[in-house]
Design a protein around this ligand. Structure first.
Ligand SMILES: Nc1ncnc2c1ncn2[C@@H]1O[C@H](COP(=O)(O)OP(=O)(O)OP(=O)(O)O)[C@@H](O)[C@H]1O
Ligand SMILES: O=C(O)[C@@H](O)C(=O)CO
Length: 421
């Protein structure tokens, strides 16, 4: 049995890939739909798209192209991975993409499961929580692109998609997989297309894995992958074996942080006290990007003989960011930072750097692109949802962190817990 995953963003794809590997499925990840069909030696294939907030038609086209390619690779089960905070606009894209995938597979029912309890995302009575807060009362209500002002997943799906939503509540999960399957059938007979499943803890994810192992299309965050991978992992397969191909290698590391999330601000503040650190100035990125990039690479080189890798960070807190955006414009400043990091990583690769630890989804996409990394093996997990990954062709290892993921010591641990040279 081979699993095909269609993920709506870059670090979200790495997140689910990490859980698949941790639970015994050797996994390979591609940026975008590959244009070849080379033989693949992996039980799960993850394709990362940029379809979270693009126009609906584009999201559908990209997702269907990914589905078709995955079917050509022999995948029989499919997983549409979106954010554990259900990031979507009023039009979608979660609803319309789910409808399109169901239709293409000639199916009428799927599940909606964004929960990831280990990172504080739970679902109760169909409402999504972030830690102790309802989604609509969490920081997500202020998200610049996909503000989430409703926590009711049934309502969100019915607003975005064409079909009907129903609920399997926590007490049924507590009764086990048979009870869940019976309820799914009952809801199918009532014409329910999108079944929201309550999830309060990891045991609920394991029960879901057992109940849903034969469903052709599931949708959710990365949590459900824990339960499903445990079902599909071959007898005797173990996690160390699954993550072997992605185990980090190579020499010379650098940390690049382009995320301004709260968690990354905290991580940067901590790491600055442990390792050499250099702030990237937006003004210089706009003025003389080329020579600035060279200068920063020289600084990295000069500071690369310390126990911990040098850090380049554009990370700013909410107030600083607002001031920068007011002065230079938000798109202009973020593009300037992204181009600078692209130039820096290209140059560092040319100078022999092989390990890149990166914070931020967009930033990770830019770094992977400028390194020419299009496919990688998934290695050991640094924090839940953040693995080391290794390019399938070049001797490059990357740790790509979603803005809000990881703990305070993430940058240090990424280095000290995995390299012993
Ligand atoms: N000091 C800064 N001034 C202006 N823009 C910045 C600055 N620092 C970073 N940026 C931009 O902010 C954006 C951050 O997005 P990114 O996706 O990398 O992080 P994130 O949103 O925290 O992560 P995720 O998408 O995983 O939650 C990037 O486009 C980056 O270039
Ligand atoms: O599910 C999550 O929270 C993450 O994988 C993600 O998608 C961040 O953009």
């Amino acid at each position: 049995m081979r699993l095909g995953v269609i993920a709506d963003d870059f670090t979200g794809a790495t997140d689910i890939a990490s859980f698949l590997v941790q639970n015994g499925l050797p996994t390979i990840q591609f940026n975008g739909v590959p244009d070849n069909s080379d033989a693949l030696d992996a039980q799960a294939i993850v394709i990362s798209l940029k379809s979270r907030s693009c126009p609906v038609d584009q999201a559908i086209d990209q997702s269907l192209a990914a589905l078709k390619w995955l079917q050509q690779q022999g995948c029989e089960r499919f997983y549409f991975k979106y954010c554990s905070t259900f990031d979507s606009t009023a039009q979608g894209n979660i609803g319309p993409v789910t409808d399109a995938l169901l239709a293409a597979l000639d199916e009428t029912q799927t599940v909606i499961c964004p929960a990831l309890p280990i990172n504080g995302r739970t679902v109760y009575q169909g409402h999504l929580f972030v830690g102790e807060q309802l989604l609509s009362e969490s920081g997500m209500r202020h998200h610049p692109v996909t503000p989430m002002t409703d926590s009711n997943l049934l309502r969100l799906m019915e607003r975005q998609a064409k079909g009907k939503a129903g609920l399997i509540a926590a007490p049924i999960l507590d009764q086990g997989a048979v009870a869940v399957r019976t309820k799914l059938d009952e809801l199918r007979q009532q014409g329910i297309n999108y079944v929201v499943i309550d999830t309060l803890n990891e045991q609920h994810l394991l029960t879901q894995g057992e109940a849903l192992r034969d469903m052709r299309l599931v949708t959710g965050g990365s949590g459900l992958a824990i339960g499903l991978a445990r079902q599909w992992a071959q007898a005797g397969s173990d996690r160390r074996e699954a993550e072997e191909a992605g185990r980090p290698q190579g020499s010379r590391a650098v940390v690049i942080s382009g995320s301004c999330s709260q968690m990354t601000n905290w991580q940067v503040a901590t790491y600055r006290q442990q390792a050499p650190a250099q702030e990237v100035l937006v003004e210089r990125c706009l003025e003389d990007a080329e020579s600035y990039a060279q200068q920063l690479c020289d600084w990295v080189e000069a500071n690369s003989h310390q126990p911990l890798a040098p850090l380049l960070f554009a990370t700013a807190d909410a107030q600083q960011l607002q001031a920068i955006q007011q002065k230079y414009g938000s798109q202009r400043s973020s593009e300037a930072v992204e181009s600078l990091f692209a130039a820096v990583t290209r140059e560092l690769k040319a100078r022999g750097w092989q390990r890149f630890i990166v914070a931020g989804g967009e930033t990770s996409g830019v770094v992977a692109q400028s390194l020419g990394v299009t496919a990688f093996h998934i290695g050991p997990t640094i924090s839940p949802g953040v693995p080391w990954v290794r390019d399938i062709q070049q001797p490059l290892s990357l740790a790509l962190k979603s803005g809000n993921f990881g703990d305070e010591q993430f940058f240090r641990r990424a280095q000290t817990e995995f390299f012993h040279d």
